[in-house]
Design a protein around this ligand. Sequence first.
Ligand code: NAD
Length: 372
Amino acid sequence: MAWEYLQPVTIRFGEGSVGELEKVASELNCKRGLLVSDPFFVKSGLAQKIVAGSNGVLVDIYSEISPNPEVREVDACAKLIKEKKVDFLVALGGGSALDCAKASGTICFTEDSICKYHGTGEVLPKQHLPLIAIPTTAGTGSEVTCVAVLSNKELGKKGPINCNNFYPAVALIDPELTYTLPPYMTASTGIDVLCHALEGFWSKGHQPVCDALALHASHIVFQYLRIVCKDPSNREARAKMAEASVIAGMAFTLPKTTSSHACSFPLTNMLHIPHGEACGLTLDYFARINADAQNGRIHEFAKKLGFKDMYEMADAIYDLKKEIGLRTDLKEYHLTDEQIQDLVDGSTHPNLYNNPVEITKEMLQEMYQSMR
Ligand code: NAD
């Protein structure tokens, strides 16, 4: 078995580490930056506070970013980057703000719309602005990945762009920034961490370094996600989930995600289920489908986490979702046969083909029918 591991992002982790931003920027020799921020932090005033405290290094804020960022938002951010003539970006927010910054920090070197590169296979230019990524959810792990997931509402399309340009220069992870996440978003983003770990582990592109990271992150999720959902101000649990998030990010970025992420795209597009919850919805289903694949290594993973086998772990995932208030079916949508077919068709994203077991359209039909 041959493999290669690469992780070019400097990771700085710790409570209060957002206060080191100016120092980090100066170490990168960055002089004039734009803050790309989640609208929540503009409302809360933190974005303005960070700009005010930057000694003039940050010159403006771009914050028109929706959950599941839109291609037009990336283009608008790139336009502001050009106008302000900045030499680096700081992204403050969940995966949506981080992904918007990653894509706009590259597209700003062209006259193109990001649409030219979204789901088209067109290769992005190599030039990009250095990015300091400050995640506020735990989470996507976007601060250490080379992925930007974008949506194009007009075309009804959501999907990732993978590009080495998208690795941030520095991930500044301050668990305190997640304290304001409401319980539902804590649960939804938290289950995404488990999806990253598990999918990175059973992906066809799995490899030993990412396996170890996946195990570490999964262990934390089972230990702390319940706690942080019940007691959002639990500092230890918040910090451990922030740790799991970044580590799961490293567990999946090279092997890539699989079936649950492929299914999440139409679930979010059509039914507007937030990303993490959409991924988690099918995780226990695919855990059962994949359990016996890869010569027993998937059961071994479950055993290392204290379960009898992957079937028992799939039950535990289901129970965890119920307990933290996430959906375990799609009953509330009263889906028509046509909608089920649209979900099936929309799930045949390339990530589906990283799954260790071949997933046919009939299997997807059966899965979505069972959730109805
Ligand atoms: P998000 O960034 O979409 O944010 C969700 C909501 O939470 C928003 O309303 C936001 O304003 C709010 N929010 C964020 N942080 C907050 C905080 N600390 N306090 C209060 N509110 C806060 O959520 P997300 O799950 O982090 O990101 C989802 C996006 O990331 C999706 O588009 C998904 O496809 C993508 N994603 C990217 C990667 C990657 O590697 N690039 C990996 C997984 C998912």
